[in-house]
Design a protein around this ligand. Structure first.
Ligand code: FEO
Length: 423
């Protein structure tokens, strides 16, 4: 077992490169939504060149003292010419204002997308004349070595970028390829098994942006990577390319690939009314795609768990939800699934809703509203049936499914405008 990092000393990562971050072993959740059974680390780095020192990222504000102690063990503040913030979220930028104050000769290098965030997060007077915006193709000169930048937005904020030190083969990747796993042995060949944390972090942080993940992988895959130095978790010096491959696999499209369009009908039903409506919706969808161009699936939420359904939804093209209205609301299993959709990219999918009700029928418009807020397209009015659905209600459900499928196939009729409904 390799030695744990000393509390006050920087840790050598590569020639002229030191880790100067902080450990947070007691953290048990991050950004409210992530469980962090093993805590986390806020990784920051110092890179020494013949003509200056660059600091790459800082730490969460309340870990500043440790960060500055480690920094001071490898550099003087008047040597710092360059501060790179690969990502401005406060867990990486907490010590930035104080660092700018202590290193008055340093420029701050961030991506162009960071402009608005800088304004929102920091006192403008602290940044005046200090900020340089850099993108792919730009570099920072440290004398005998250069830092190169890759604009990699939405991993997982708009401002994120990666920084490449070709002289040592080190990629500073911010949250990308990181994970919440605190282990003071620091390097992936020395720490405990963190594979679960690596995948968990991808699924909860990067997954909604998987198209951007793939674009970023395209940018960095051809680099002669020796070390990946992320913003959280172990530094990946043993087989770093394995982690790139893992991201490639995690972000790949699912098994359906370029197969038929997929339409999922989810429902839950107390007395069978909404279930029979769901069956009519599914039959209507089938009738529009008799040639197999749309794969229609029907799922009872009462018998399922959210996570496998989320996996299905990520690959689907249309989502139709059926819920009864109970006490003026859609029922909890429906909301549980809808609240899980922030984990995946559902923007632009087609959505619709239906359900039976006793008095007021709020569930359908509430689901439709949620779907719109998740940026699905909801081109069709939902179907509500009071108590026992009538023949007309089932016909409307059949038509709803049929029309959703036609939308998927690009064969939907233009929407008729009811002139009488206009003021
Ligand atoms: Fe680790 Fe998005 O901050």
């Amino acid at each position: 077992m390799s030695a744990a990092a000393d509390l006050d000393r920087a840790v050598s990562v590569a020639p002229g490169v030191h880790w100067i971050g902080a450990f947070d072993p007691d953290l048990r959740n991050f950004d409210i939504i992530l469980r962090t059974a093993n805590g986390t680390s806020y990784n920051a780095y110092a890179v020494r060149g013949s003509h200056g020192v660059a600091i790459i990222d800082t730490v969460k504000l309340n870990f500043s003292e440790t960060f500055f102690r480690r920094l001071e063990s490898v550099a003087d503040y008047d040597e710092i010419t360059t501060i790179v913030l690969n990502h401005l979220e406060p867990d990486h930028s907490g010590a930035l204002p104080e660092l700018l104050r202590r290193a008055p000769g340093a420029s701050l290098l961030v991506s162009p997308q960071a402009r608005l965030m800088l304004q929102g997060l920091f006192d403008p007077s602290a940044l005046e004349g200090r900020v340089v915006f850099v993108g792919s193709g730009d570099s920072a000169d440290l004398g005998d070595r250069q830092l190169e930048f890759f604009n990699t937005p939405y991993l997982h904020w708009p401002d994120t970028q990666c920084t490449w030190l070709a002289a040592a083969g080190v990629l500073f990747s911010a949250d990308f390829l990181g994970c919440h796993f605190c282990d003071t042995r620091l390097f992936n060949d020395a720490v405990g098994d963190f594979r679960f944390s690596f995948d968990y972090y991808y699924r909860h942080i990067m997954r909604p942006f998987r198209a951007y993940v793939r674009t970023a992988l395209d940018l960095i895959e051809s680099l002669p990577l020796q070390i990946i130095a992320p913003g959280h978790g172990p530094i990946l010096r043993q087989d770093p390319r394995d982690y790139v491959c893992r991201y490639r696999a995690l972000s790949a499209p699912g098994l359906h690939g370029a197969g038929p369009k997929t339409l999922l009908v989810f429902y839950i039903s107390a007395y069978g009314a909404t279930r029979r409506m769901a069956e009519a919706v599914a039959a209507g969808a089938e009738s529009a795609a008799s040639g197999g161009e749309v794969r229609v699936s029907l799922y009872d939420l009462e018998g399922g768990h959210a996570q496998p359904f989320v996996d299905l939804i990520e690959e689907a093209d249309a989502l139709v939800f059926g819920s009864p209205t109970i006490n003026g609301d859609a029922v909890k299993p429906v909301w549980d699934l809808l609240s899980s959709l922030t984990m995946v990219d559902v923007k632009g999918k087609i959505g619709a809703a239906f359900g039976s009700y006793g008095w007021s029928g709020e569930a359908v418009p509430m689901i439709e509203d949620r779907l719109r807020r998740l940026k699905l397209r909801v081109p069709l009015s939902g179907v509500k049936a009071r108590l026992t659905p009538t023949v007309d209600d089932f016909t409307a459900c059949h038509d709803l499914g049929h029309q959703v499928a036609l939308h998927l196939l690009g064969r939907a009729s233009p929407r008729a405008i009811d002139m009488a409904s206009l003021d």
